[in-house]
Design a protein around this ligand. Structure first.
Ligand code: FES
Length: 256
């Protein structure tokens, strides 16, 4: 894990959201999709000013964090910080997604805002010329990922609760048609959704085996080193520090 200064080199506004691109080659080269970075959100020394971000893009020299609509004061500070500023970053934290050898058909499943954490993995899988489907469930069209943010080769499926885009309903409704095709699944959603996913896998494929589904457990991190216990959760058979064991877990471990 590195603690480094990353320069804010670009700010883009998408409606009520912002994306900040941070130049930090050493960090970017170590980051994998799903691994959070803790960013200090103030000029002071208070370590509790850090906020956790899962990158939405990663390249050789930079990574991008996304600021969704929020009343959080740390996010508000980041919305105002001038371009060219150097931000204190700590990361990468824990374990991210891995594209397993032999997987040709990669199914990415994301719920709401968490779906954005899948984008670097989607891009990486498409660059490796794997067949990729991204399926996203959200409350309405406004909360889905625009199709133009995805590589052209990616098949994109959308479900919205209000029916304003794609199929009306919930993400789990797509599972029966998508699961038989997949060799590997990368998921980012709620624990409820993960239970539905596990049940569907068992129904469609007979059993849920280790290595088939990787799932991101969403929580906030303060230290990222296992010291503060702020990220402890009842998962994987006991009280676990998510920053050390996750935040990406095998679904078998996450639910048992
Ligand atoms: S973030 Fe401090 S123990 Fe995990």
């Amino acid at each position: 894990m590195l603690q480094i200064k990353a320069q804010l080199i670009q700010r883009k506004t998408y409606g009520v959201s912002q994306e900040l691109r941070l130049f930090a080659p050493k960090l970017a080269q170590r980051l994998t999709a799903g691994q959070p970075v803790l960013v200090r959100t103030g000029w002071g020394l208070d370590s509790y000013l850090r906020r956790s971000f899962h990158p939405v893009t990663i390249d050789a020299e930079s990574w991008t964090l996304r600021l969704p609509p929020s009343g959080d004061r740390g996010h508000a500070w980041l919305r105002m910080v001038p371009e060219g500023s150097e931000l204190d970053c700590l990361g990468p934290i824990g374990v991210g997604y891995t594209l397993t050898d032999g997987a040709r058909h990669v199914l990415c499943l994301g719920e709401g805002e968490m779906a954005w954490a899948l984008l670097p993995a989607v891009t990486q899988a498409a660059e490796r010329r794997l067949s990729v489907t991204l399926a996203v469930g959200a409350a309405s069209a406004r909360y889905t990922i625009p199709a133009n943010r995805l590589p052209l080769a990616v098949e994109y499926r959308v479900v919205t609760t209000d029916g304003s885009r794609g199929r009306k309903g919930h993400l789990a409704a797509l599972l029966p048609e998508l699961l038989p095709w997949a060799d590997a699944i990368l998921a980012a959603g709620s624990i409820d959704f993960y239970h539905q996913l596990a049940e569907s896998v068992q129904t469609q494929r007979g059993m849920l085996v280790q290595g088939f589904v990787q799932a991101l457990y969403q929580t906030s991190f303060l230290c990222g080193t296992g010291a503060c216990l702020s990220c402890v959760a009842d998962i994987a058979g006991g009280r676990r520090r998510v920053c050390l064991r996750g935040p990406v877990f095998d679904l078998v471990d996450l639910l048992h």
